[in-house]
Design a binder for this molecule. Structure first.
Ligand code: ATP
Length: 286
């Protein structure tokens, strides 16, 4: 197995208005992310320690990443996005029978160095948000292997714990993480001072679907026959990502039908909707 990883840094342009629904969740994030950065003096004055880590969990395509970016935008914080992926790669290591990644020693250290380096850069660029997408890779539960044979995952986790604990003195740095598999995250990260706040990001309900459709059609020319409320009613189980895809595809269908088209009509939405099958099942959201 090998590790691929990448870090991107930016102040994201996404705003809270780009996210349909999730009103309460946005408010909680605003308080946890924006307040300590914008009003750090007030926190110090009252001796209140701000949240240092937030874990967002929920099904794919329901805006975990977008929420993290919007929070960074609102706080005007540098956004360091990190992603670790493990995949089989002959000659570099192997996955043991329990599915645990083991790298040969010469490759060990790469991931930890990247983590330490990112925290260091985030300190210099504060206010900063360090975002871990697919956090269950970097924060995977420990497997109980012997110390002479600790896995790459365990080394990453222990580096992450050390770095998060080191944030105690740092001001204006927050760790956000997203996962579809919260149970795969090591319990040590759930202690106070690490991921203090755990937020479930649910699939959109009717009202949220309507708002998401509005967000993704606001720059489109849609005909007067398009009833977004009805489309929201007919798209139960669709995720935000699928609704975004539906709007985009409807536009493409309209152009395919007539490249000189001036509006996207209801039947374009209907054709696409009928061809899509949501990835989520009722069992997953009940
Ligand atoms: P994954 O677990 O697959 O990484 P995610 O939960 O992080 O998914 P995002 O990457 O934030 O989801 O969202 C995927 C796409 O769906 C984005 O382009 C986003 O614009 C759109 N989307 C998802 N939810 C919403 C929403 N509530 N409002 C507007 N757009 C949304």
């Amino acid at each position: 197995p090998s590790i691929t990883r990448g870090v991107t840094v930016e102040i994201p342009k996404v705003t809270w208005e780009d996210i349909g629904g999730l009103k309460d969740l946005k408010k909680k994030l605003q308080q946890a992310v924006e307040w300590p950065i914008k009003h750090s003096a007030a926190f110090s004055r009252l001796g209140v320690s701000p949240v240092r880590g937030i874990l967002l969990h929920g099904p794919p395509g329901c805006s975990k990443t977008t929420l993290a970016k919007a929070a960074a935008h609102a706080a005007q914080a540098s956004f360091f996005s990190l992603r670790f992926e493990l995949f089989p790669c002959p000659n570099k290591g192997y996955v043991d029978s329990a599915g645990v990644l083991k790298l040969y020693s010469m490759y060990v250290g790469e991931g930890e160095a990247l983590l330490r380096n990112t925290f260091q850069r985030a300190r210099l660029a504060a206010p900063s948000i360090i975002f871990f997408d697919e956090a269950d890779v970097v924060a995977a539960k420990r497997g109980g292997s012997s110390s002479s044979n600790i896995t790459v995952g365990e080394r990453l986790l222990s580096t992450l714990l050390t770095e998060m604990d080191g944030l105690e003195e740092a001001k204006g740095i927050l760790v956000l993480a997203a996962t579809n598999r919260p149970h795969a995250i090591d319990a040590a990260l759930m202690r106070p001072g690490r991921f203090d706040l755990v937020l479930y990001v649910p699939p959109p309900d009717l009202e949220a679907r309507y708002e998401i459709l509005r967000v993704h059609t606001r720059n489109m020319k849609i005909g007067p026959d398009v009833d977004l409320r009805r489309i929201a009613e007919d798209t139960e189980l669709f995720t935000g990502a699928e609704l975004e895809g539906l709007c985009r595809e409807a536009g493409i269908v309209a152009l395919r039908e007539n490249i000189a088209a001036t509006v996207v009509c209801d039947h374009h939405f209907q054709v696409v909707k009928d061809s899509l099958k949501p990835a989520l099942t009722r069992a997953e959201i009940d």
